[in-house]
Design a protein around this ligand. Structure first.
Ligand code: E4P
Length: 268
């Protein structure tokens, strides 16, 4: 048996159903019985799906961080405006505060406002210099893809946002984006299947060997989180309410009540 360093693909990691693995292995290599070795950076860091909270609300970020399961934060200009954060000085201060709350080695996406290459690069460089956690969030437009390719060369991490098609996800990955953000909820809002896009990107990235991590965005509910995990998302970013919704099950509440009642009865 021969060891082969195969292009990066999440299909080749442990815990992947065998049929998916086989479907995605080139036939020739399967027949020759190669051992497949590959590493997806997002898994390498954490070896499980990452949880980001999608908000600029510091209380929500603190609450999520206190749960001990938070890997990062995504923001966008609408979320910043919702918290009343305006003006460059305030915005930069807010991002720094978010980075400090989440702590070391946790990514915080900060979005550029410019829509031209030069403006995006200037903003992105300033944002990236703010804190080591910062990932520059760039919209999926021509100038954005150019900016992502430039940031990739400079070693600045990026999140390509406003992605609504597999073609856009390919462009983001080709430019070397660290994350690609397909907007599930907004696709669902148009009566299309947002989760199908996650599945398509997962398949494409696995087959083509792209390293970009799939960040399922515009998550609206706990069910979206479960479905995104099944579909192969590397990261889910969601409002705190969706994360908290995962806790809910009436049988847990009933069971705990009964355990405590029995304990109290037995212990007087
Ligand atoms: C992604 O990073 C965006 O901030 C976000 O998920 C958009 O979600 P929405 O469609 O609920 O506004």
């Amino acid at each position: 048996m021969q060891a082969l360093h195969f292009p990066v693909s999440r299909f080749y990691l442990c815990g992947v159903p065998g049929d998916q693995l086989l479907q995605n292995l080139p036939r020739a290599e399967m027949q020759q019985g190669y051992v497949v070795v590959a590493v997806c950076p997002a898994y390498f860091k954490n070896s499980s799906m990452l949880f980001f909270v999608d908000t600029a609300n510091l209380d929500h970020i603190r609450e999520a961080a206190e749960l001990g399961i938070l890997d990062g934060v995504t923001t966008n200009p609408s979320l910043m405006a919702k918290e009343g954060i305006t003006g460059e000085k305030e915005v930069l201060k807010h991002y720094r505060e978010i980075c400090e709350i989440v702590g070391k080695d946790r990514d915080v996406s900060a979005e550029v406002i410019s829509t031209d290459f030069k403006g995006m690069v200037a903003e992105g460089v300033k944002l990236a210099a703010l804190h080591e956690n910062i990932v520059v969030k760039v919209p999926m437009i021509r100038e954005g893809v150019k900016a992502i390719a430039h940031f990739t060369e400079q070693g600045i991490r990026t999140n390509c946002t406003l992605v609504f098609s597999a073609g856009q996800a390919i462009l983001a990955a080709k430019a070397g984006a660290t994350y690609v953000s397909p907007f599930i909820g907004r696709i669902d809002d148009t009566a299309w299947d947002g989760m199908k896009l996650i599945k398509d990107i997962f398949e494409i990235y696995g087959t083509a060997g792209f390293e970009t991590a799939i960040l399922a965005a515009s998550i609206r509910s706990p069910l979206h989180i479960v479905q995104a995990a099944k579909a192969g998302a590397d990261v889910v970013t969601c409002p705190l309410s969706a994360i908290l919704g995962l806790f809910n099950h009436p049988l847990t509440d009933i069971g705990l009540e009964k355990f405590l009642a029995d304990y109290n009865k037995a212990n007087g």
